[in-house]
Design a protein around this ligand. Sequence first.
Ligand code: PMP
Length: 456
Amino acid sequence: MLTNDQLAKWDRESFFHPSTHLGQFARGEAAQRIVTGGEGVFITDRDGNRLLDGFAGLYCVNVGYGRAEIAEAIATQARELSYYHSYAGHGSEASITLSKMVMDRAPEGMARVYFGLGGSDANETNIKLVWYYNNILGRPEKKKIISRWRGYHGSGLMTGSLTGLDLFHRKFDLPLSQVIHTEAPYHFRHPDPTMSEADFTAHCVAKLEELIAAEGADTIAAFIGEPVLGTGGIVPPPAGYWPAIKAVLDRHDILLILDEVVTGFGRLGSMFGAGHYGVQPDLITCAKGLTSAYAPLSASIVGQRMWDVLMQGTDENGVLGHGWTYSAHPIGAAAGIANLKLIDDLGLVENAGTVGRYLNETMRAAVGDHVHVGEVRGEGMLCAVELVADRDKRSFFDAAEGKGAKVVAAMLKRGVIARAMPQGDILGFAPPLCLTQAEADQIVAVTKDSIAEVLG
Ligand code: PMP
């Protein structure tokens, strides 16, 4: 058996980790954790720690770790048909069955599902479909995509451009010119703290209208947004936001892409954010919760009005020139089927609603009055604690102090994983949807003690 030191050395010398400080890691100055196992909401590591994973990996292990049903489904599929492609009308029982299961769960008005591998490639597919759609309709100028500052949509060239976080643009020559950003629906960070939620929604709508007027509606193809801002800070939208935004988009014939990579399949306590917020998208992006990350798989769910045009396009031009080798991979599909069954059988969408509400309420009661907590917010099984330097002035700590990261490190010592969100001192929680109230209590108690340790 390899020693921990041997593995750690190979790790530093061979492995290019994503979203990691390369120099610090190579020099052995950065965190390094070799994860060995997972059961329920807990993971274990080579140093003998057992940690409550309050972020479900990267908000993806929605049914929790160690589910034998999914492992069995994957093994059976690998034995029977490890792979076949899905080009030119090919499929497998698993990929076809999963497509039916996804469409049965999708909001009204959706027509077909395309399978990819992860959230970034699914968004890449969606943008290509939007461009194809407007080309078929004879509107080659209508191509720009509106995204929101603080949105997260992936880290490819187009999807990294859609992402509205400086870290993902800096030194990569992004965003690409076809992407424009509008204000994040982030009430707490708006400079005027007296603005009501309803007024803030009106303000976001006005900003969108301004941008459309400045750019010209005939140059704008689509608007993309997460139902709840995720990586940008876990921020539920202000009341009435989605229907109001959708009304503007409809007026200007702009498509709506809802990026439900985090929210799809139950995280908000509803199957999709679309239904949760009462908004009808043209495209839905899914990944994470589709397989609970037991295998890589994403889904682009296409609405009827786009589907009709896409079909017309291929009637005119032949085969749609888009596809990945691993589209609808049978092993991913088998994992997806078993995962969606488990979500139903265990009532995890309902659990995300009830235990998620409990987590948010107990978190607010435990830390909401702390002098350095500005806001506790969340929706379903998503929760965030935003740290502030001064509550009354709503001022923030200097980023260099890394207060959020320090609290997260203090939590880790107490056996709970939270995520220091990348922009601002925000503690993020997105536990598996099977979280129990007792486990929620543990997360809250550890958060409270760790905030007290770091911030007094
Ligand atoms: N969209 C959203 C909303 C996400 O949160 C993420 C990943 N965190 C992505 C897209 C990109 O997914 P992936 O990392 O699987 O490419």
